[in-house]
Design a protein around this ligand. Structure first.
Ligand code: CS2
Length: 474
């Protein structure tokens, strides 16, 4: 057990505005930025915006915006104090203040972790989803905006009006081509809302793609108690995370940035190969584990990995996902899979299946469906993909309206109601955002998922996992 105090100076000014104050931001961009300032200086303190709830902002305010970050190594903890967050806002409490911050010349970079569903884009296409509640509200409302795109659009408009240079707007969520997707959706939004600023956004701001990686379970009372023990004072904003940390960013900045490269961040011309590998191998396997786990009554990723046959199935899936990746010098999917298995097995990380199972409709296309469609086109098997999808559907039906955590919960539950597995699969496959992946147009896919779903329903997820393993290794 070790604990290190933050070395940042008290009068550090802010240069980054961050949207989404969840655990992931506090375990990823925050330490990277703190270390970059340590290494090379610069006024790159973070001003963070909580999109909805005030709890964390209030908690941070009560502890001088400092918190403990605990790295959970299999053989013990290393903790450090993070103090790079210098101010925090609650968006619904002070929307105009947040918008105004984007018109400050000191702010040069905006970073974003609002989860897949926070953008208001359709999962299968990345196009603006005008039926998304915040998008619909912000397109028609005359008052302050509520959602990410509305706030960005208003903030950039204020920045343009102030005669300032553009911003680098950096999405750090697990969306395919996250920067490009955000740019397209924001331009579509702004065109509809206020055409005038659209050209300025397109010409002056940049939206680098980025791949972010660090397994960060939701903080619990245990996290806080441990932080208290390690730091010697109460900490209700503490976070625990795995030791592994990776950030790959496209070299496309509108202006200055922290010296992230000095801390191991990879700044590259093209993020796509890194992102595809991570989304399909790490996140795809994660979703499979999460739905298999919840259906089989297992609580955490490490519990699934502790059953040798399931661990083998995870490996088989990673291998199948790897076969859909372009060959890129320097990227070794085999070694990556080995490292992922070790990370998933970390006995010190209690990463709940239910946490990962959230928002399946927003995650499945980029994690599993596109890769499965590519495999079908090449006429190779998709057993593990069909199995993971069947477990997702069973998780949906078992959770029901009260427990299912997904913005498309009502649509999914309506589609899946009824005993006929094939009809359920076809109905889910025709939902907006999923239909566009075109995977569910394939009869082999429908049959594969329907038969796995029937088996999961009748014999349980574990028996079906064994059958998928036999099918996939044939
Ligand atoms: C997880 C990710 O919750 C989820 O859906 O798959 O948050 C995952 O832990 C991160 O992407 C790891 O970098």
């Amino acid at each position: 057990m070790s604990y290190r105090r933050s070395g940042l100076r008290g009068n550090l000014k802010t240069g980054i505005l961050h949207f989404g104050l969840g655990a992931f931001h506090r375990a990823h961009q925050a330490p990277f930025t703190e270390d970059a300032i340590d290494a090379s200086g610069g006024d790159w303190g973070i001003e963070a915006v909580a999109m909805r709830s005030p709890e964390l902002v209030d908690a941070l305010a009560g502890q001088d915006n400092r918190y403990t970050l605990i790295e959970q190594h299999p053989d013990g903890q290393q903790a450090r104090e993070i103090s790079v967050i210098r101010a925090a806002h609650v968006l619904p409490r002070s929307p105009w203040a947040v918008i105004g911050r984007m018109a400050d010349p000191a702010i040069q970079v905006v970073t974003i972790t609002v989860t897949e569903k926070g953008y208001g884009v359709r999962p299968g296409t990345g196009e603006l989803d005008e039926s998304h509640p915040a998008i619909a509200n912000d397109l028609s409302a005359t008052g302050h905006p509520e959602g990410l795109l509305g706030v960005l659009c208003a903030g950039l408009q204020a920045r343009q009006a102030a005669g300032l240079a553009g911003l680098s707007v950096l999405s750090c969520d697990n969306l395919p081509s996250n920067g490009q997707t955000l740019r397209n959706a924001l331009l579509q939004f702004s065109q509809r809302k206020n055409g005038d600023v659209t050209r300025w956004i397109a010409d002056s701001c940049t939206f680098p793609d980025s791949m972010v990686d660090r397994i960060t379970p939701a903080a619990t009372k245990k996290t806080m108690a441990l932080a208290g023990e390690l730091s010697g004072h109460a900490d209700i904003a503490a976070v625990e995370t795995e030791p592994f940390l990776q950030w790959v960013i496209e070299d496309r900045f509108a202006g200055p940035r922290p010296d992230w490269a000095a801390t191991g961040v990879q700044i590259v011309p093209d993020v796509a190969p890194y992102e595809l590998m991570k989304l399909r191998m790490l996140n795809g396997a994660h979703s499979m584990i999460a739905y298999l786990g919840t259906c089989a009554g297992l609580t955490s990723v490490r519990d699934v990995m502790a059953i040798p046959e399931l661990m083998r199935l995870v490996r088989v899936h990673m291998h199948a996902a790897a076969e859909t990746l372009p060959e890129v010098p320097g990227l070794e999917p085999g070694a990556y899979a080995d490292a992922l298995v070790t990370r998933f097995e970390n006995p010190a990380i209690d990463h709940r299946c239910l946490q990962i199972a959230m928002d399946g409709s927003q995650k499945m296309p980029q994690r599993l469906f596109f890769a499965a469609a590519e495999r079908l086109q090449r006429e190779v098997g998709v057993e593990t993909f069909a199995f993971a999808t069947a477990c997702w559907l069973h998780h949906v039906e078992r959770s029901g309206a009260d427990a299912l955590n997904d913005p498309m919960a009502a649509d999914l539950l309506r589609a899946i109601a009824g005993a006929d597995a094939r009809a359920s699969v076809v109905a889910v496959g025709s939902l907006p955002g999923i239909a566009e992946t075109r995977l569910f147009e394939h009869p082999d896919w429908i049959e594969g998922v329907a038969s796995a779903l029937t088996m999961v329903r009748d014999h349980g997820a574990l028996a079906t996992a064994r059958r998928s393993l036999t099918g996939a290794s044939r």
